[in-house]
Design a protein around this ligand. Structure first.
Ligand code: PRT
Ligand code: MG
Length: 224
């Protein structure tokens, strides 16, 4: 019998769409998740694998937990990962695009706002977003002058109340934009979620992490 016990592996993820799309990937790897974070309120969830637990955190906090090693691995959208990497470069290994929680980052404006006209005229635009780096780089590429207003949620409201001319936000069905009389005027990037891994964990627990990473890679192949 080995004297070294198998270490605990901690996976950080957010509840909602990422959790819902991750459960089938875990199931494909033979791992069941008996509790649902929407109903249980627990922030640490056990799985059917005694060596794997889940941490339920805010989507934008997932990279932080993994970067500091409080979680060995995590699942986060490219939107979140890009902003995180700009503030905290390095440290996160991103081996797999899981092709889950798919959506797109888009520029949207109030219906009737002449976005193309404003851009052609060289007007300075006010842009509200949680994705300040994505937005700044997008408009710099287009040569459009912008003032970026950082918001933490409900970006859709900003153009309706005169806080901004445009927003940069994640869009999936487009239903939220339509319900608020906004229209998409530009696609910025397609978005999906990736597996992220703490680099020190990969060294110290690689023997146990690698099979899990491989199982995620295999299970996610059907998503693309
Ligand atoms: O909700 P919270 O403030 O905690 O954080 P969050 O909104 O960043 O997290 P969450 O759980 O909502 O999203 C996690 C990840 O899922 C994001 O980082 C994206 O990578 C991905 N994703 C996929 C989405 C959507 N689809 C999506 N539709 N994230 C957000 N939305 C929002 C969208 O902005 C809109 O406000 O959901 C709303 C409904 O979208 P429509 O277009 O279907 O109406
Ligand atoms: Mg949300």
């Amino acid at each position: 019998m080995s004297s070294i016990e198998q270490p605990l592996i901690t996976l950080a993820l957010s509840k909602g769409r990422i959790f819902e799309d991750t459960v089938p990937l875990l199931e494909a790897a033979g791992i069941q998740v008996p509790e649902n974070p929407e109903s249980s309120r627990k922030l640490i969830l056990a799985t059917s694998n005694p060596y794997l637990r889940l941490l339920v955190v805010r989507a934008s906090d997932v990279p932080t937990y993994v970067q500091y090693g409080a979680a060995d691995i995590g699942i986060a959208g490219k939107d979140i990962l890009y902003e995180h990497s700009k503030e905290h470069p390095g440290g996160l290994y991103q081996p797999i695009d899981l092709d889950i929680a798919k959506c797109r980052l888009s520029v949207a404006v109030r219906k009737g706002f002449d976005y193309e006209g404003a851009v052609k005229k060289g007007a300075r635009l006010r842009v509200a977003t949680k994705y300040v780096n994505v937005a700044r780089e997008h408009f710099a590429r287009k040569g459009v002058y912008v003032d970026i207003i950082k918001l933490y949620g409900s970006m859709e409201l900003a153009p309706l109340v005169g806080l901004a001319d445009a927003i940069v936000d994640v869009v999936s069905t487009g239903g939220t934009l339509r319900a608020n009389d906004l229209v998409e005027v530009e696609d910025v990037w397609p978005v999906s979620s990736r597996l992220i891994v703490n680099q020190a964990s990969l060294k110290t627990k690689g023997q146990y992490l690698q099979p899990l990473i491989d199982a995620f890679a295999k299970a996610s192949q059907g998503n693309s």
